[in-house]
Design a protein around this ligand. Sequence first.
Ligand code: ADE
Ligand code: ZN
Length: 340
Amino acid sequence: MDNNLKKLIIECPKAELHYHIDCISPELFWKFSQRNGIKGSVESLQDAVEFFNFQTLDEFLTVMLTAISSIQTENDFADMVIECAHDMIEQNIIYREVMFDYTACYGHRGIPLNTVINGFSKGLKLAKQRYENIDIRFIANLDRTAPVNDNCKYINELVKYRDMIPLIAVGMDMQEIGHLAHKQAEAFALAKEYGFNLTGHVGEVVGPEGIWDALQSIPLDRIDHGVRAVEDEKLLELLSEKEILLTLCPASNISLGVYPSWGTFPIKKLLNSEVKVCINSDDPPCFHYDLTGNMIKIAETFDLSQPEVIELIRNSFVFNFAGKEHLNDVDTWLKKTHQI
Ligand code: ADE
Ligand code: ZN
């Protein structure tokens, strides 16, 4: 691949909009297991590294939830934010929207919501002292497999913590098969009443019908994954008309068998359509490619041009929930370094 393009991907200020903070690294999994006296799942860091082994979305979610069960205290949540911030610095990511799923990952184990939020808040303060120029916002994902009434109760609880962390959106994750989005319409309507932006995982393992179902029942501002919209021209037209960004996660889709190889990921068709897309890492400890790694691999595999790479990078700034706050930073950098 062209070295200048690779350098641009590495050095350009970036934003990431689809990143699950719940999916901890093997290092944190091992650290929390020791610190919290958890026996049974891993006996060493090497065990923790080898633990992330799966083929399907169901297997992945089971593995991820087991690692997550090592997370227990406020300090653990703070460490997660600090690690996230450190990773941002390493990759020149200046803005990241970080998802967490309280219900699926913590609530069912009896961890109070205020432990999670206090920990995030503490981590954010420490990270801001340690690192300059990083902006982290939070997206509260609903567990789509939970009853909608429980999710409504959760949202009513969540709003009480709005001032403690920058909570900008409500999203939705976990197993899509058998749990179409419309089942959560009432919870999303409530989140919208509270003024949250709305996003959700659809069109990941379910085809275009999952995206149609979501768009017909929920006023989504954005779609996480949504990659399978590529199979339906009418849907692509609607997404472009509504300017709904798709937060694509190529390494995740390849790891989970949505696409058999990098070469079959439909980035070219999406870039050639009018639909807005950006690149993300989803759960990097599990899928082994961070944002920069995903971008380089996609640019390399499809021989992307410089304008295509810049479009992918800029889309994460143009369509994020902070409202173009950081677009100027990336444009200034591009002007200075590439006279663009
Ligand atoms: N939670 C974390 N990663 C996810 C994914 N790719 N799909 C659904 N739920 C998730
Ligand atoms: Zn995701």
